[in-house]
Design a binder for this molecule. Sequence first.
Ligand code: MF3
Ligand code: CO
Length: 249
Amino acid sequence: MVVLKTSRELGVMKEACRISAGALQTVGKAVEPGVTTAELDALAEKYIRSQGGEPNFKNYHGYPATACISINNEVIHGIPSTKRVLKAGDIVSVDLGAKFNGYNGDNAATFACGDVSSEAKRLMQVTKDALYEGIKAATAGSRIGDISYAVQRTVEAAGFSVVRQYVGHGIGTQLHEAPEVPNFGTAGRGIRLLPGMTLAIEPMVNAGGYDVKVLPDGWTVLTKDGSLSAHFEHTVVITPDGPKIMTVI
Ligand code: MF3
Ligand code: CO
C-alpha cells in the first residue's frame, strides 16, 4: 500500500531528512586517504545522534552499522570496518539515513578520495545527473515508469549500465515502503504519482555490465565484472508544484 503523507507528517519527515543530509555531508568531508570506513561510520552515527535522530539502517534486517560504505567495484551495502583504509583514487559510496520522531530519511552519494580517474569522475557525474533526471520526472500525475525511464535513458546514453537487482522505494514510517522505484523501465507505466508520496530515488550505476553478486558476508554487493560503481540517492516528496528534495540541510 502506498501511503500519502499529510503536511504534518511531512514536517517531521523533513527533519529526519535534514539530519540524514547533514550526516552524509559530514562523512563526505571526511573522505580522504588513510581514513577507515569504520571511522566514517562513527562520524555518521555521532552526527545523527547529536541532532536527536537515530541511525535507521542499524539492525535493519540485522545490518550492523549506521552507514553502508562501498568502495570502487562495490555497489552498495559495504559494511564499515577498521581494516578498510581509504586510498587516493578510490571512489567511496556512502549510503545512510536517520529516523526522527518515527519518520525516516535516506540518502547516498559517491565521493572521490584524492584524485580519481577521469572514468571515475564521469561515472559519478552521470549517476548524479541520472538521479536529478529521475527527480525531474517525479511530477504529480506522472507514473513510476517515467522516473525509471528518465534514469535509465541518462545512464545508457553515457554508455554505463543501471543495476537491476536493487531499486529505490517509498519511505515514511518505514525505511522501505511501497512502491518500488526501479532505475530502468518504460515511460507511462506503473502507478500514478500523487501529492504526498515520498520516494527514495537511488540510481546505482556500473561502468561495465549491470550484473552484480553478493559477498559471503551476505551484504556487500559487487559488480560481477569488477567494474566501478556509483550511487546517488535523495528522499523526495511529490507536491502539486513538482518534486521537492527533502534530504537537504
Ligand atoms: N540504504 C539502503 C536503501 O537505500 C538500505 C540499506 S539496507 C541496510 O534503501 F540494511 F543496510 F540498512
Ligand atoms: Co534507499
